[in-house]
Design a protein around this ligand. Structure first.
Ligand SMILES: [Zn+2]
Length: 168
């Protein structure tokens, strides 16, 4: 079930950092985002890696006071973008805690019972496919493949988003 809290967080992030241009670029968004913890302001770095066997992970570096969202550059670009947004979700939603080893994400397509994973997937879908923009785009062009390419997401991700918005 979709969480209203996740939707609220996505809206805050888009309001603060997004230039209203499609496709939404998680790498650009991460650059403008600061996470406040107590009186600390923490930056986020998006790091593409070609030496990992999983899709991505989010971690916090205590010394550098910086979050790292890592994504596998050997995967298709729409998948990398979803991973970037998913890992950013883990950071923004407070899933990355000090002293907790990062979660390695292998596949987001598999249905998961892990609430953090479900929430990070919702965050990614809503960040890459903002509701108002999807609703507007659908009125102009109702073709899942074309919509997927406009938002630069997989056809499957677009299909889910349309379904969840009651448009399919
Ligand atoms: Zn995850």
């Amino acid at each position: 079930m979709a969480s209203a809290n996740v939707t609220k967080k996505v809206r805050q992030v888009l309001d603060l950092t997004w230039d209203d241009e499609l496709p939404v670029e998680p790498v650009a968004i991460a650059r403008y985002l600061l996470i406040t913890k107590g009186d600390e302001k923490r930056n986020i770095s998006m790091v593409g890696r070609d030496d990992i066997t999983f899709s991505g992970q989010a971690r916090y570096d205590q010394e550098k006071k910086r979050y790292y969202c890592e994504y596998n550059v050997n995967e298709p670009s729409y998948r990398q973008r979803f991973t970037q947004a998913h890992e950013l979700g883990h950071v923004v939603l407070g899933h990355v805690r000090n002293g907790v080893s990062p979660k390695r994400d292998t596949s987001f397509a598999v249905r998961s019972d892990d609430q953090d994973e479900i929430d990070a997937n919702q965050f990614a879908a809503e960040l890459l496919m903002p509701e108002d923009y999807v609703r507007t785009a659908v009125k102009r062009e109702f073709n899942v493949n074309k919509l997927a390419s406009l938002f630069d997401v997989s056809t499957a991700a677009m299909h889910y988003r349309l379904k969840n918005l009651g448009l399919l």
